[in-house]
Design a protein around this ligand. Structure first.
Ligand code: CAO
Length: 567
């Protein structure tokens, strides 16, 4: 039997797109045109079909891998008589590949729409579907705005879907939605009128970014940017993982029916999409479905398959309603009775990170140990280093040293570099350190990968880049997942100590506040020493108080004399 290498076909402007679903596994029999993987950019997802029929011998990619045209996906043993099918052509309908269609999407704004770079948008503005290439008569599957909403230029308005790809259509202008001209289920084409906006005062519409390149800081990419997901999704590929277990349930489309942003939303919350029943058209899973599912799990009314399988897992017990008998309902107050109020929706990041924080706070038995590190000498070294390297443009902050110290402490206390999987502790032999970043939209935790292999300058550079991306809403999921341990530094702001919430599935987090000069007794006299307040929160299911105290003491000793790192 001949072996055939199946590669990613021409996917046009799609570059370095992440695999979010593996739809086949070794041993599966696939037909030509059967979808093999799903890839996703900021605003679109698509399935990549097989060029040939056969039996999967070897998968050459994994979830999260970035692929491009020509990337080897898998090796097939050619099916008996089945001749290799031709390479799929741009999506025009029957059995064609979705890839080129999506790739055919142009980066430009709709013609004649008057992007108006620099020109203030005032009065009614008709926002139409831009040039969406070969996408024809695509169905609206999601309305993301309603009358009265204020939208920004580039904010996603609707999601459309063809056979195998879906994408969000952004607004060409900023303004207030006066009329929505399409409904769910409507078929749209280039030029279809979507909404009428009342132009936002003097606000100039920003230039349209490339639709498929994800340069826009739209809500969709932002949704991906929040706390990393936690079990049972593992590395944030919950629905993909589930699909991978059961790839042949419905050969062509056994996947949960959901748009890219909904999939991201679900991944970030750790919601297994394949366990949800969609309430949208054709069973499509909506944001409400996900939120209701999360509420159900938090309240104990719903159990995920993973929880059922692992019952009586401690997490399930803690999350069940029975753990809180007689709990009062959340107070409903008409605040306007007491004075003027305004209402403001939580940002998507706040909603996502809030749900994660809530779950972590409720489920994990947190304890926080406080300690201080004498960083007098390290701070002098840091200041001198920055002076020496003024021209390099790389500024080293205390956080970079703390990331290295965290790696050394994780090596010495491996149970801190672990995650709970039911009754099993997963000990990690890699050292990815997350750091909390404050952004205009809320808290995010980018991750410095392989911090053990990087020096202070490289860590500082990466931290600067990741923090900027976080603030610009441009962090990708891969940049926020896989963390082993997090550091939340409020040192640049102030305060003394706090109780950080553990970033599950991690088991500990270091909170750091602002250092201050304090008098320290050296046995003869008081010396002015620069003291850094540390607050280590840890999961008492995994870590004991004595280990936590030792971790803190060791961490502080490293900062007090950084040469210990080399011991
Ligand atoms: N003590 C005293 N000063 C400190 C310090 C500390 N522990 N840590 C940082 N500083 C100083 C820095 O040296 C810098 O001073 P100069 O400007 O004089 O050089 C200044 O504070 C600002 O530092 P920074 O915040 O820009 O840099 P950082 O590496 O310390 O932090 C980042 C980067 C992204 C983590 C930070 O900007 C941030 O977002 N912090 C907030 C994190 C957060 O919200 N945590 C709470 C999570 S729980 O809701």
């Amino acid at each position: 039997m001949a072996m055939i290498e199946v590669k990613v076909p021409d996917i046009g402007d799609f570059k370095d797109v992440a695999i979010i679903e593996l739809l086949v596994k070794p041993g599966d029999t696939v037909t030509a045109e059967q979808s093999l993987i799903t890839v996703e950019s900021d605003k679109a997802s698509m399935e990549i079909p097989s060029s040939h029929a056969g039996v999967v011998k070897e998968l050459k990619v994994a979830l999260g891998d970035k692929v491009n045209e020509g990337t080897l996906l898998l090796v097939l043993e050619a099916a008996g008589a089945a001749a290799p099918s031709p390479q799929p052509s741009p999506m025009k309908g029957e059995g064609a590949s979705p890839a080129p269609a999506a790739a055919a999407l142009p980066p430009s704004p709709p013609a004649g729409e008057g992007r108006g770079e620099g020109a203030p948008a005032t009065g009614p503005i008709q926002v139409v579907v831009p040039d969406i290439g070969d996408f024809k008569d695509v169905a609206v599957i999601e309305l993301m705005v309603k009358v009265g909403d204020t939208v920004k230029a580039e904010q996603s308005l609707i999601t459309v879907e063809s056979d195998k790809a879906s994408m969000e259509i952004p607004s060409s202008h900023a303004g207030v939605v006066k009329e929505v001209k399409v409904a769910i289920g409507d078929k749209v084409n280039q030029g279809t009128l979507l909404v009428v906006l009342e132009g936002a005062g003097g606000a100039s519409p920003s230039p349209q970014p490339s639709l498929m390149k994800g340069e826009g800081a739209s809500p969709a990419p932002a949704a991906a940017a929040a706390l990393p997901p936690s079990p049972p999704v593992g590395e944030g590929r919950g629905e993909g993982g589930a699909a991978a277990h059961n790839p042949t349930a419905t050969p062509a489309r056994g996947l949960p029916h959901a748009s890219p942003s909904i999939r991201k939303f679900a991944r970030e919350l750790g919601v297994p999409l394949d366990e949800l029943k969609g309430s949208g058209p054709k069973g499509r899973i909506t944001q409400d479905d996900i939120q209701n599912f999360v509420k159900g799990v938090m309240g104990g009314a719903v159990q995920t398959a993973a929880q059922k399988a692992k019952a009586p897992a401690p997490a399930a017990a803690a999350g069940s309603g029975e753990a809180f008998p007689g709990l009062l309902a959340w107070p409903k107050v008409d605040f306007a009775k007491f004075g003027p109020v305004e209402r403001k929706d939580l940002s998507r990041i706040k909603k996502i990170s809030g749900a994660n924080l809530h779950r972590n706070w409720v489920i994990i038995p947190h304890v926080t140990n406080h300690d201080d590190a004498d960083i007098t000498d390290l701070e002098a070294f840091r200041v001198a280093t920055n002076k020496e390297n003024e021209k390099s443009g790389v500024k080293v902050t205390m956080l970079a040293f703390m990331i290295k110290a965290a790696v050394a402490a994780l090596k010495k206390f491996p149970e801190f570099n672990a995650s709970l999987d039911g009754d099993t502790l997963v000990l990690k032999n890699y050292f990815h350190i997350g750091f909390a970043a404050d952004t205009p939209n809320g808290l995010m935790v980018p991750v410095i990968k392989d911090a053990d292999k990087k020096g202070i300058f490289q860590i500082s550079t990466e931290m600067g880049e990741l923090a900027k991306k976080a603030r610009d809403g441009k962090l990708g999921p891969a940049e926020m997942t896989g963390g082993c341990f997090s550091i939340s530094s409020l040192g640049g702001i102030g305060g003394r100590y706090f109780t950080p919430i553990i970033n599950a599935p991690e088991v500990a987090i270091m909170g750091v506040c602002k250092s201050a000069i304090e008098p320290k007794w050296d046995g003869k006299t008081f010396q002015p020493r620069l003291m850094l307040p540390l607050s280590l929160s840890w999961d008492h299911r995994v870590i004991d108080g004595a280990a936590a105290a030792r971790f803190n003491v060791y961490f502080a000793s490293l900062l007090a004399d950084f040469r210990r790192i080399a011991l």
